[in-house]
Design a protein around this ligand. Structure first.
Ligand SMILES: CC(C)(COP(=O)(O)OP(=O)(O)OC[C@H]1O[C@@H](n2cnc3c(N)ncnc32)[C@H](O)[C@@H]1OP(=O)(O)O)[C@@H](O)C(=O)NCCC(=O)NCCS
Length: 308
């Protein structure tokens, strides 16, 4: 067994103890290996996986153009091991040089590993995004004040306006970036789907569309990227929930989600998941009230050179 295999096996046990919903600890993706040692000589490692995104790719609207993701292999060494690999990561960034403003350094780690939380904060990382999960239960529909229905092709402009309201709001309080291509990209991502399936839902009040839920049923298999974060199976996914600014706080989001959750349940999903930004004062309250809780936290600092 190599040091890496031993660390990964220990990390698997650690993750299983931390949170029963986590899948087996994933092996690092291809990238540059970083080695570090604790004062007592214990060896730890990490891989720096680099992701480059460009206009047209969905993540262009919520991530830096260049992301250096540290994928730690720290086994059961906890805060000490995480501190060692983050120090080594800082030195690695110094060596590769400053890559400019549109860059990020990230670590995606189980939210419940609170010993490491202190270490991430001390290295200047922010808990910018969480992957949150919810059990696949049905909900009793609340009293309806809006008509919730699948979006039609004729709703395209209203859907794009709501999607852009979400991008603009999330750019103030989280990971999103209002790129020049944002509106065109959001339009392209929904245009072909409206009226074709029941993934995009709108809430209508007095004939006016005031809310949007863009969702999907995701088959999470061993070869899909989501298998790094979620147990294998069929998952309900919420990509975007948005209510027009003047209509928020009146139960419309809740009514949309009651329909969406019951729709997911009809597909025999194993759970529901989504991403939200902890600094978002609306979604960070709304989603836990809807039954979601953090599974993974994406710790992030932009630009990458700001890592401490
Ligand atoms: C997050 C967001 C979609 C929530 O939608 P919303 O319609 O404002 O949410 P709701 O009104 O359904 O829920 C908010 C609270 O208001 C309550 N509420 C207020 N007036 C109400 C009424 N007349 N009837 C029912 N509920 C009411 C809801 O019960 C809920 O409280 P609870 O969770 O304690 O039950 C919306 O605030 C939004 O668009 N935010 C900006 C974009 C964003 O952050 N999107 C999410 C990104 S992950």
């Amino acid at each position: 067994m190599t040091v890496t295999d031993t660390l990964l096996a220990a990390q698997e046990e650690h993750f299983a103890r931390l949170d029963r919903v986590l899948p087996p600890a994933p092996a690092p993706e291809p990238g540059e290996v970083i080695n570090a040692a604790l004062p007592d000589g214990t060896r730890v490692a990490a891989v720096v996986a680099r992701q480059t995104v460009s206009p047209g790719m969905p993540s262009w609207l919520w991530s830096a153009a260049d992301t250096y993701e540290l994928q730690p292999l720290v086994g059961t060494t906890g805060a000490a091991g995480m501190d060692a690999v983050l120090r080594a990561f800082r030195h690695w960034l110094d060596r590769v040089g400053d890559r400019g403003v549109d860059t990020a350094a990230t670590v995606v780690w189980p939210s419940r590993d609170v010993d490491c939380t202190r270490v991430f904060l001390d290295h200047g990382l922010q808990p910018l995004t969480v992957t949150a999960v919810r059990r696949p239960t049905t909900v009793r529909p609340p009293a309806l004040t809006v008509n919730v229905r699948p979006a039609l092709a004729s709703d395209e402009d209203a859907v794009v306006e709501l999607a852009m309201a979400e991008v603009r709001f999330s750019a103030k309080v989280g990971a999103a970036i209002v790129r020049p291509e944002a509106e065109q990209m959001r339009r392209a991502s929904v245009a072909g789907r409206l009226g074709m399936n029941d993934d995009v839902w709108v809430a209508e009040r007095d004939g006016v569309v005031v809310g949007l839920a863009e969702t999907g049923i995701i088959a999470n298999t061993p070869v899909t990227k989501t298998s790094r974060q979620l147990p294998i199976g069929l998952w309900g996914y919420v990509n975007c929930l948005s209510v027009l600014p003047g209509a928020r706080g009146a139960g419309i989001g809740q009514q949309l989600m009651a329909v969406v959750h019951n729709h997911f349940a009809g597909h025999r999903t194993v759970g529901y998941f989504l991403h939200y930004n902890p600094p978002n004062p609306l979604s960070s309250v709304f989603w836990p009230r809807q039954g979601y809780r953090p599974l993974w936290t994406q710790w992030e600092v932009r630009p990458a050179g700001a890592l401490r």
